[in-house]
Design a protein around this ligand. Sequence first.
Ligand SMILES: Cc1cc2nc3c(=O)[nH]c(=O)nc-3n(C[C@H](O)[C@H](O)[C@H](O)COP(=O)(O)O)c2cc1C
Ligand code: SF4
Length: 518
Amino acid sequence: MTITIFVPRDAAALALGADRVATAIAREIETRGIDARIVRNGSRGMHWLEPLVEVRTEKGRIAYGPVKPSDVPSLFEAGFLQGADHPLCRGRTKEIPFLARQTRLTFARCGVTDPLSLDDYRHYQGMKGLEKAVTMQSADIVQQVTDSGLRGRGGAGFPTGIKWKTVLEAPGAQKYIVCNADEGDSGTFADRMIMEGDPFVLIEGMAIAGLATGATKGFIYTRSEYPHAIETMTAAVEIARKAGILGPSVLGSGKAFDMEVRVGAGAYVCGEETALLNSLEGKRGIVRAKPPLPALQGFLGRPTVVNNVISLASVPVIMDRGAAFYRDFGMGRSRGTIPIQVAGNIKYGGLFETAFGLTLGEIVDDIGGGTASGRPVRAVQVGGPLGAYFPRALFDTPFDYEAFAAKDGLIGHAGITVFDDTVDMLKQARFAMEFCAVESCGKCTPCRIGSTRGVETADKIAQGIEPQKNRELLADLCNTMKFGSLCALGGFTPYPVLSAMNHFPEDFSPAPIAEAAE
Ligand SMILES: Cc1cc2nc3c(=O)[nH]c(=O)nc-3n(C[C@H](O)[C@H](O)[C@H](O)COP(=O)(O)O)c2cc1C
Ligand code: SF4
């Protein structure tokens, strides 16, 4: 019987040498005359083990990692094709604690299947949600998504069902589904992992969104920095079209939906939905004033759903298993699961999908294993570059939209970046202002001018120039940006700055340079 070996094609695994490992395995297979095939799967999301090679055996899939090309001959010698022991052997993949503790609903297939095999997709429960949706009325699909409690995973946490209802009820002959796959937040990679590891789930989710709202055309807007995601997504769209999943009659229903992948040059602000729409229309990526809402006047002025990749990719399991099944996970108004992306200075970094409700401390200390440097964790930034820094004192905060908001933070796209005790929080505050200055679209004054003034003020504090006055000025500037900015780039930059000032005040009182030199 042909033996199946899995070597990820995910960009993170590729960056760590997965292609060279696959080549080395192929060479051994050939010289040893073994009946085996290599499947290039997505990543399981355990970055410290990449490239993670798996073999399908009678005992289930056995994992080996992190594998270097030079390890490959010894793996064959040890009998890894039969799941034999080896210093790199991690046992049964699904029993690796980092995976075993997860609740994988959206990422159920990621790393399991061949991303471009529709047979694999269907074998692992794929397409069941769309098969149900084609038999339903639009309003019933919208109701199901509303009842599930799904909220947008792109950052704002807006209820997906309400957005879809607005588009469904908006007048207009032509409507659109736009998937926001810009994924600009540093330290986040969930969208990319889905596009590279299970592209059909996004296609299925977008097709369901089309049926739910009456939109017949979809776009996946992603960035040029994601070449592997672009390649896999584009190929998957083509396969889905050939299979009749996309096109004039979705799954033979007589209802049309088609889509294409569009690539932006890569600007943080182009992840903001209205700047994204401008970019998609071929214009400069600059924020539009709201109202009008994109749901009413979006792409080309037509009613448009703009949803994050994970929001859309979570819809198939909701349609398949039902709203109540999904809603049963989570806490408070944060229902279902969330793919937390643990990055930065962390021992076990990667993607951890779980029901809302774990505390920040559990995620960082238990699941992430603390810092990679072995030094104490000092600060954790949650929610990307616009998210607040949390000190250890707030590690009991549960992962929940409202709980984070109550602590002046945000979940955002669920990225967590960990820092050890060598971090300088004044430098981090300056970096937040600098990031805003570099990425600002320039449309409104608080963000365009305020961010540059923020950098200057942080520099003055660092130099010990009138520190008290400049700390007050920085806080005042944050207030102006928070309440006066047109969009969340300028409006949320104060979160990392103020949280750094409030939780780590000692870093904002450096000794004046002259004194320090003495
Ligand atoms: C500066 C800025 C950048 C953003 N970047 C992204 C992004 O990369 N991906 C994303 O899905 N949403 C991003 N958003 C949020 C979007 O504007 C929008 O809320 C989201 O796409 C809606 O989809 P959702 O309801 O499914 O989350 C960004 C917002 C701002 C202000
Ligand atoms: S806050 Fe910044 S990015 Fe947003 S509209 Fe204003 S200038 Fe543009």
